[in-house]
Design a protein around this ligand. Structure first.
Ligand code: HEM
Length: 268
C-alpha cells in the first residue's frame, strides 16, 4: 500500500487528542490548545526541563482570571468546591488542572499509536474496522496492549507481604503495570492483540486509591477516536521507523510515519 493514500505522522496527529478532550472540559481558549498540548507532553518526558513550570504558570494565570468571573466549566466547578469546609484556593485549582493535563497528555495519545503499530504488524486493522460490535473490547485491549503508564511507585508504610516475600517498611516499590498486563496467569496468550478479549482485567489505569480519575473520559475518547479512524481509513500501515520518547514512566513514541488508504466517499 505504498502508492497513493494519505501519508502523515500518527504520533504527531495524536498529540492533539488530550487537549481536544480536556480543552473544552477546562474551558481552555482554543487558540492556546496546541501550545498547551506541546507543553504538557514535553513536561511528561525528560526532554524539556522548563515545560512543567511554563504550563503551571499559564494555568495559574488562567485560574486567577476565572476566579474573578467564574464559568460553568471544570475550572469554575473546582473554584466553587470546598474541602473540609474550606474553598479550594486558585493555586490548588491550578495544581489540579496541571495534574489533569499532565496525566492525560502522554497517556491518551499513546494508546492509538501503540495500537496502530501492532495492527499494522499483525494485519488486524481491517478486521477490527469491520467489527463495530468489538469497539468496547477493542478499546480495552488497546489499553492493555499500550500500557502507556509503564509503572507506578509506592513507599511501604508498614511491612507488606507480596507473593510470599516480605517487603520491609520504608521501601520504594515499583509496580510495573506494563508487565502485569502481559501476565500469562491472568491473560491467555498475552502477547497477542485480541480485539475480542473478554474478560480483560488490565491495570492500564492503575488500581486502588489512586485509580485513574480520567479512566471513563479516556475510554470514551478512545472509542470516538477509533470509530473516526476506521470511518476515514480502510487501511492504515506504518511506513517508517518510530521515534521513542525518553521517559522512565511513559512508554511513548514521538513520531510514527503511517500511510492510510482513505475510504471512498459514499455515492449520492
Ligand atoms: C489512556 C489514558 C490514560 C491512562 C493509561 C492513565 C493511567 C493512569 C494511571 C496508571 C494512574 C495511577 C497512577 C498511580 O497509581 O500512581 C492514573 C492516575 C491519574 N490519572 Fe490517568 N490515565 C489516562 C488518562 C487520563 C485522563 C484523560 C485524565 C484526565 C482527565 C487522567 C487523570 C489522572 C489523574 C488526575 C490521576 C491521579 C489520580 C490520583 O492520584 O488519585 N488520566 N492514570
Amino acid at each position: 500500500m505504498r502508492k497513493g493514500g494519505d501519508s502523515f505522522d500518527l504520533a504527531r496527529a495524536m498529540r492533539e487528542l488530550p487537549l481536544a478532550v480536556l480543552g473544552p472540559l477546562l474551558g481552555l481558549p482554543e487558540g492556546d490548545r496546541p501550545h498547551l498540548g506541546r507543553l504538557a507532553i514535553a513536561a511528561s518526558s525528560d526532554d524539556d526541563p522548563d515545560a512543567e513550570g511554563a504550563l503551571f504558570a499559564y494555568l495559574d494565570g488562567l485560574v486567577r482570571e476565572r476566579a474573578r468571573e467564574r464559568g460553568d466549566d471544570l475550572v469554575g466547578t473546582m473554584l466553587g468546591m470546598r474541602h473540609e469546609g474550606v474553598r479550594l484556593t486558585p493555586s490548588a485549582v491550578a495544581a489540579n488542572c496541571h495534574r489533569l493535563l499532565l496525566a492525560a497528555a502522554v497517556t491518551l495519545s499513546q494508546v492509538p499509536v501503540a495500537t496502530v503499530m501492532e495492527l499494522s504488524d499483525n494485519g488486524g486493522y481491517a478486521a477490527w474496522a469491520a467489527r463495530p460490535d468489538l469497539l468496547g473490547s477493542g478499546v480495552e485491549e488497546s489499553l492493555r496492549w499500550a500500557s502507556p503508564t509503564r509503572c507506578v511507585v509506592r513507599t511501604t508504610r508498614c511491612p507488606v507481604e507480596l507473593s510470599g516475600v516480605v517487603v520491609p517498611e520504608g521501601q520504594v516499590v515499583v509496580a510495573v503495570l506494563a508487565s502485569a498486563n502481559r501476565d500469562r496467569r491472568v491473560f491467555a496468550d498475552p502477547d497477542r492483540f485480541d480485539v475480542g478479549r473478554r474478560p480483560n482485567r488490565h491495570l492500564a489505569f492503575g488500581t486502588g486509591a489512586h485509580h485513574c480519575v480520567g479512566a471513563d473520559v479516556a475510554r470514551f475518547a478512545l472509542g470516538l477516536l477509533f470509530t473516526e479512524l476506521f470511518a476515514a481509513y480502510a487501511r492504515l500501515e506504518v511506513v517508517g521507523q518510530p521515534v521513542r520518547m525518553r521517559s522512565v514512566f511513559v512508554d511513548g513514541v514521538t513520531s510514527l510515519p503511517v500511510q492510510g488508504r482513505p475510504r471512498r466517499a459514499p455515492r449520492c
